[in-house]
Design a binder for this molecule. Structure first.
Ligand SMILES: Nc1ncnc2c1ncn2[C@@H]1O[C@H](COP(=O)(O)OP(=O)(O)OP(=O)(O)O)[C@@H](O)[C@H]1O
Length: 266
């Protein structure tokens, strides 16, 4: 019985997307998109500007409700759920333009993100019940530990906007991990980084993948970052999937080369 349960768990994709389509008025931003990510994968999604990549992430994280199609997180349908419900089911993300809470300290950015996941009620917070206090202590401890493992502890009382750009990116990833996600979506994590910071980011993502029990799906324009990290890459253009496979395979794929013609990043 135990073995069967284990097998079932192992064969359930962390994310499965079927026939996902998103229209904005007359524009089809994503058309019949399908993907299956198994536990522990580190995969990529690439495509030229405006191809529909962020729209896919917005759909998977519940920011948009799809025009058509189904999304399953760990086997549970999520296409009709609000973002906080999708987060509670185990999806966390970062944004192309860093979205930290700049009027809160670094430590509070992590603590508040954890609260989203805890979801204990208003009553417990108001009366500060024993249950609430115990969880609060746990949250504070975990937040400090997370800052420690990300080598961010010295910035705990700083405001995020005062940190170097690469450190803000790191903090945003740490904050996403604080909700214990099964699936981490990274939207262009190397955007705006210089090449030294981009190399640090590659090491950081590899370390997260090896250390945390999390499946990672990332969008990135820097092909060298994708080549270093991703085992599987999907390529979209005008919302259509035009290629998929290993980094090497997609890099040399004629449809990909044609889609990127003139783009110096590939
Ligand atoms: N909320 C929206 N309303 C209307 N159109 C939108 C909306 N969000 C995205 N689009 C359009 O959908 C298309 C896909 O956009 P999307 O941001 O997903 O592309 P992308 O591949 O992430 O691009 P980039 O690499 O430039 O970030 C674009 O034409 C964009 O203008």
């Amino acid at each position: 019985m135990m073995v069967q349960t284990q097998k079932q768990t192992e064969s359930t994709p962390v994310l499965e997307v079927r026939g996902l389509t998103q229209r904005f008025g007359g524009l089809t931003a994503v058309n019949d998109f399908n993907v299956k990510l198994m536990p522990g994968e580190l995969s990529g999604l690439i495509g030229p500007n405006g191809a529909g990549k962020t729209t896919v992430f917005n759909l998977v994280s519940g920011f948009y409700q799809p025009t058509e199609g189904q999304i399953f997180v760990d086997g549970k349908p999520t296409a009709a759920l609000k973002p906080h419900r999708v987060t509670a089911l185990g999806v966390a993300r970062t944004f192309q333009n860093i979205r930290l809470w700049n009027d809160m300290t670094v430590l509070d950015n992590i603590r508040v993100a954890q609260h989203y996941q805890l979801g204990y009620g208003f009553f417990h917070a108001i009366v500060r019940s024993k249950h609430y206090r115990t969880r609060e202590e746990q949250v504070a401890k975990e937040a400090e530990e997370l800052l420690d493992v990300f080598d961010l502890k010295r910035y705990a009382e700083e405001m995020p906007k005062n940190l170097p750009y690469g450190t803000q990116r790191k903090l945003e990833i740490a904050r996403a991990l604080s909700s214990h996600p099964k699936l981490l979506l990274l939207d262009e994590p190397a955007a705006g980084l210089n090449s030294a910071d981009a190399k640090d980011l590659i090491r950081l993502i590899r370390w997260i993948h090896e250390t945390f029990d999390v499946t990672i799906w990332m969008i990135e324009h820097h092909m060298d970052v994708m080549m270093e990290l991703c085992t599987q890459i999907k390529v979209i253009d005008f919302g259509e999937t035009i290629a998929e496979g290993s980094a090497e395979h997609v890099r040399n794929h004629p449809a990909v080369m044609s889609a990127y013609l003139g783009d110096e990043n590939i």
